[in-house]
Design a protein around this ligand. Structure first.
Ligand SMILES: CC(C)(COP(=O)(O)OP(=O)(O)OC[C@H]1O[C@@H](n2cnc3c(N)ncnc32)[C@H](O)[C@@H]1OP(=O)(O)O)[C@@H](O)C(=O)NCCC(=O)NCCS
Length: 169
């Protein structure tokens, strides 16, 4: 497998197109809608991660977005993981991508943060992500009842309170 990291500010139009083609296979929006979403939601220093097979074909994608959270009364920068997707589910590629990203987060001493639906909790917890109990969470800008929050590489930091006031990603 190959992994390509591209800063959003360096993304070419062809790369944007490639990413939207992967996302379109997973989320049923048009290429134009995917492009608009990326353009309006990613910031210059956010990172696109493409996973490629031996023939250099794109097989999985995610993005790493800079987020600020309040953790136990202190503001912290964390890496939000968004748009995690594989062109074919159930082939192990999502696990390979996530294990690679876990190592990246550890090497860069970054804390990881993501949202997912209930059906994906097993997928993420099996590779080391931890569920934050709802009672410790505050999301003033959206209703989080159906959304689970997971963290990675928060080390021994015990979460007593976590507030996130940004957008869903
Ligand atoms: C979620 C996703 C990235 C996982 O990638 P993947 O390549 O299918 O994952 P793997 O093949 O490594 O599967 C690992 C395990 O997760 C399970 N799993 C994968 N996708 C799942 C899903 N949508 N719901 C429930 N379980 C899922 C697999 O069944 C497998 O479990 P098993 O080994 O017990 O059978 C991929 O299925 C996908 O693109 N889904 C659609 C987009 C999406 O929902 N993204 C998540 C955003 S938070």
């Amino acid at each position: 497998m190959y992994f390509q990291f591209i800063r959003h500010k360096d993304l070419t139009l062809d790369q944007l197109d490639e990413i939207c083609k992967i996302k379109k296979q997973v989320w049923n929006y048009s290429i134009v809608q995917h492009k608009d979403w990326i353009k309006s939601n990613l910031k210059e220093n956010d990172i696109h991660v493409l996973m490629k097979d031996q023939s250099y074909r794109n097989i999985a994608y995610l993005n790493l977005v800079d987020c600020k959270i309040i953790l136990n009364n202190k503001e912290r920068n964390v890496r939000g993981l968004g748009n995690v997707c594989t062109i074919q589910s159930g082939k192990g590629n999502g696990t390979v991508l996530m294990n690679f990203i876990n190592r990246y987060l550890i090497e860069n001493e970054d804390m990881g943060f993501l949202f997912c639906k209930k059906s994906l909790l097993n997928f993420y917890t099996r590779i080391g992500w931890k569920i934050v109990e709802q009672k410790y969470l505050l999301f003033p800008l959206f209703n989080s009842d159906q959304i689970f929050t997971l963290t990675f590489n928060f080390k021994n930091e015990k979460i007593n309170f976590l507030e996130y006031s940004g957008k869903l990603f």
